[in-house]
Design a binder for this molecule. Structure first.
Ligand code: AOF
Ligand code: ZN
Length: 372
């Protein structure tokens, strides 16, 4: 159904889409390539919500050459009036002859209607080319649209023997500067960075994106002005956070997840009221639903063993990102996550290795839950 050329041009569209990875949230990353007589005449990607979609950029570049051409898009062209008018209409107006999409738009406002509108206008439409790669561009957007939940990554840093801090609490720095630069990139592509009150009280972190600490190759591709600060979300079940924490001296939104609104806070702060679970702590599934309702696609969790364990126990973690340092910290040191005691190996969750590589002098492991 798809030719070698089709694969080539869709690969290019996927590559273009990635250029929006630090900026498009809450919108998806989308790339578009327009090809006429075997020549790329237009290219574009979506950069920021509120700004033109990928197709619009590509059509502008192609001009009259779009007539009779093929458009390759990593996501079904939209059919609705959102912040911008429908791309399907723009493609019809430009007179393209064929549209190849990598996947259907999971947004219920679109979901199939974009392709239908193109087909009704007499355009040849095909979908599903390199779909897994296109889905990998937008795990958070897709999960939010399909399930009303964000895509959650739990970051862990540990020694070779799985320890995160000495028994006396000392933990800085287990991993290398290269691993910390890698973390900056993950933070930057996330809609929100989530942590717990324990971490804020113990470490007084900033939890922002520091472009100057990005890997240098990324600094060249992504200028500082194309970096967005994710929302910082603090799980504060016992209402212990004070406005004097370092977080609040750094600009950018902060959402305090709490049982009730209380206290005077700087303008950048909102209090999210989250129902309590039986444990007396905030119900983390409800919190994630609230974050999805607030258009958070990908959540990057940098928290302590308690919140990390609670998220795992609630089945809310889609991906583990583990930085493993070549150090042995010994048994009295603290473990990776707090989980309830299991009686049988059958109760223990299995994970699948997704990616394993060396980052600086550490290993970076990416795991996803076993499906069955
Ligand atoms: C496309 N091409 O490049 C993108 C699409 O508020 P708006 O107007 O920006 O619309 C956002 C929705 O449009 C988003 O939820 C998704 O369904 C679609 N994104 N569609 O044709 C693009 N970024
Ligand atoms: Zn569109």
């Amino acid at each position: 159904m798809f030719s070698a050329e089709d694969h080539l041009y869709m690969s290019r569209a996927l590559q273009l889409a990635k250029q929006g990875c630090f900026t498009t949230s809450p919108n998806p990353n989308v790339g578009c390539v327009i090809v006429s007589d075997g020549v790329i005449v237009g290219e574009g990607f979506h950069l920021r919500a509120g700004e033109p979609h990928a197709e619009v950029h590509a059509l502008r570049m192609a001009g009259d050459k779009a007539r009779g051409a093929t458009a390759y898009v990593t996501l079904e062209p939209c059919s609705h009036f959102g912040r911008t008018p429908p791309c399907a209409d723009a493609l019809v107006k430009a007179g393209v002859a064929r549209v190849v999409a990598a996947m259907e738009d999971p947004n219920p406002q679109v979901s199939g209607r974009g392709m239908r509108r193109l087909a009704e206008a007499g355009i040849q439409v095909q979908s599903g080319l390199l779909q897994p790669q296109a889905e990998a561009l937008n795990p958070g957007f897709i999960k939010r649209m399909r399930h009303g939940l964000p895509y959650v990554r739990l970051k862990l840093a540990a020694s070779l023997d799985g320890r995160t801090a000495l028994a006396n609490g000392q933990s800085q720095w287990i991993t290398s500067p290269a691993a910390r630069a890698d973390v900056q990139r993950w933070r930057a592509q996330s809609s929100a960075i989530l942590t717990g009150a324990d971490t804020v009280l113990a470490d007084d972190p900033s939890l922002n994106v520091r472009w100057t600490q990005f890997p240098s190759s990324l600094q060249e591709t992504y200028p500082a002005e194309n970096i967005r600060q994710p929302v910082r979300v603090i799980v504060d079940s016992q209402q212990r956070i004070e406005p004097s924490a370092r977080l609040f001296s750094i600009s950018g939104e902060i959402w305090l997840a709490r049982q009730e609104a209380q206290g005077q806070w700087p303008e950048q702060v909102q209090q999210l009221i989250v129902p309590l679970a039986d444990s007396g702590k905030l119900d983390l599934t409800s919190l994630m639903q609230i974050l999805a309702q607030r258009h958070m696609n990908e959540i990057w969790v940098e928290a302590g063993a308690t919140l990390g364990g609670a998220l795992l126990h609630a089945g809310l973690v889609d991906e583990l990102i583990v930085y493993l340092a070549p150090k042995l910290m010994g048994n009295p040191a603290r473990g990776l996550v707090n989980l309830p005691e299991f009686q049988h190996m059958s109760e223990v969750t299995g994970w699948q290795w997704q990616d394993v590589r060396k980052v600086g002098n550490d290993l970076r492991l990416i795991l996803r839950p076993n499906k069955e």
